[in-house]
Design a protein around this ligand. Structure first.
Ligand SMILES: Nc1ncnc2c1ncn2[C@@H]1O[C@H](COP(=O)(O)OP(=O)(O)OP(=O)(O)O)[C@@H](O)[C@H]1O
Ligand SMILES: [Mg+2]
Length: 396
């Protein structure tokens, strides 16, 4: 149990590449954007207050700085600037073993020559706990994770999911204040990953620990996190509940990263007349909801070209509506309870998720032929308006 807080945390790695390139006499290659005179800037001005027992997920594409952030909490990586506090104590200079934190890695990192029992008992032995206490704690954790029957096996005789359970077991036996997990499920196949995801949700209810979980998988982030931190290029793009980031993405990056299939983006015109707005694209006109209108007014947004975002789930097929858009079906993917309809419309790809469960819906159709022309529309509640240049949400 612990509160964890980041204040203006920054991480710069020394830029060794430049020197070795010079040594080799290589021609100056174009330097990546995060390479500055200071070094490689991988986390910038990171601010976050994590509540006691909260489940925080850091999510973002490869290289965005997730593991580095986690490793700074664990003390495996120096903090270049700023402060990390655990329960109000600055831990920048506290040794990893004194931080009362446990970490689970993608690669399990189990000791191959030890049994499951010995692996789990190891951190407690290091602490010189009496044997009977160690035994009680190992058995309790094994019970929690459903691995009691494997206690005498060596890791190599376990499946990936079982190994990861042991790794989690080894982390929780010592009841750490904070449990850090770095992509713990990404070595598992899809089915096992879903199963383990549910296990982690259950585990979370059983133990009194603050969770900080790293993944590049938006589904894991959405299902596990009380709050999600979406990162890109070392910068937190948005911090919020799964609902907040899904319904009100702060910018195009977040909008595109969260949600499957991905949000559709269109070039559109936002037109302001007096105090009211409409969005126009390809002869289709839609008025933003009252709430959106108020937000736009509050920010003094003027008529301008925008990037319009519409989630595939919010597109409805609208045969015969007076105002609608047209598309041609390229691919129709039957997903079970819905069809993912890939269309070409307005000279670009557009994806719609069509519900196949409600046959009483007049627009119901579970089959669309390739090349078929369809009409579609969406409402003013479901649109997202982004600045064409910066990509930021105009309502923010
Ligand atoms: N020791 C190092 N020296 C220099 N640069 C480093 C070092 N370690 C990591 N980096 C760089 O820091 C950036 C962030 O790395 P990090 O491992 O935190 O990313 P990540 O978000 O965890 O990515 P992934 O999803 O691939 O695990 C990357 O661009 C990486 O190349
Ligand atoms: Mg990583």
């Amino acid at each position: 149990m612990a509160e964890v807080s980041f204040k203006h945390v920054k991480k710069v790695y020394p830029n060794n590449e430049k020197k070795s390139r010079k040594k080799r006499g290589d021609a100056e290659k174009s330097t990546p954007a995060n390479v500055t005179d200071e070094g490689v800037l991988v986390v910038r001005d990171f601010n976050l207050d994590i509540a006691d027992r909260e489940f925080i997920v850091l999510v973002g594409p490869s290289g965005c700085g997730k593991s580095t952030t986690l490793r700074m909490i664990a003390g495996l990586e120096d903090i270049t600037d700023g402060e990390i506090t655990i329960d109000g104590t600055v831990v920048n200079d506290v040794a990893p073993k004194d931080r009362d934190i446990a970490m689970v890695f993608q690669s399990y990192a189990l000791y191959p020559h030890m049994t499951v029992y010995e692996n789990m008992a190891f951190p407690l032995k290091l602490r010189k706990l009496p044997k009977d206490q160690i035994d009680a704690k190992v058995r309790e954790a094994a019970e929690t994770l459903g691995i009691t029957e494997y206690l005498d096996r060596k890791p190599k005789a376990l499946s990936g999911g079982q190994r990861q359970r042991v790794a989690i077991g080894r982390a929780i036996v010592r009841e750490p204040k904070v449990l850090l997990m770095d992509e713990p499920l990404s070595n598992l196949d899809a089915k096992l990953r879903n199963q383990m995801r549910a296990e982690i949700i259950k585990l979370r209810q059983k133990i009194d620990t603050t969770f900080i979980y790293v993944t590049h998988d938006q589904t894991e982030a959405m299902t596990l996190g009380d709050r999600i931190v979406i990162m890109k290029d070392g910068i937190a793009q948005q911090i919020g509940t799964p609902h907040q980031v899904f319904d009100n993405p702060a910018n195009i990056f977040v909008a595109g990263f969260i949600g499957v299939p991905q949000m559709n983006f269109f070039d559109a015109d936002l037109v302001r007349t007096g105090d009211s707005y409409v969005v126009r694209l390809g002869g289709f006109e839609v008025a933003p909801s009252e709430e959106k209108q108020a937000n736009l007014r509050a920010h003094g947004i003027k008529s301008q070209k925008i990037t319009l975002g519409v989630r595939p789930e919010h597109i409805t097929l609208a045969p015969g509506e007076t105002s609608c858009l047209e598309g041609t079906v390229d691919v129709s993917e039957m997903m079970g309870s819905s069809v993912h309809l890939h269309m070409t419309s307005l000279g670009q790809d557009v994806i719609a998720v069509v519900n196949t469960m409600d046959a009483t819906d007049p627009t119901f159709a579970d089959r669309h032929n390739v090349g078929e022309r369809v009409e579609y529309a969406f409402t003013g509640n479901a649109i997202h308006l982004f600045d064409k240049e910066t990509g930021t949400n105009l309502e923010f």
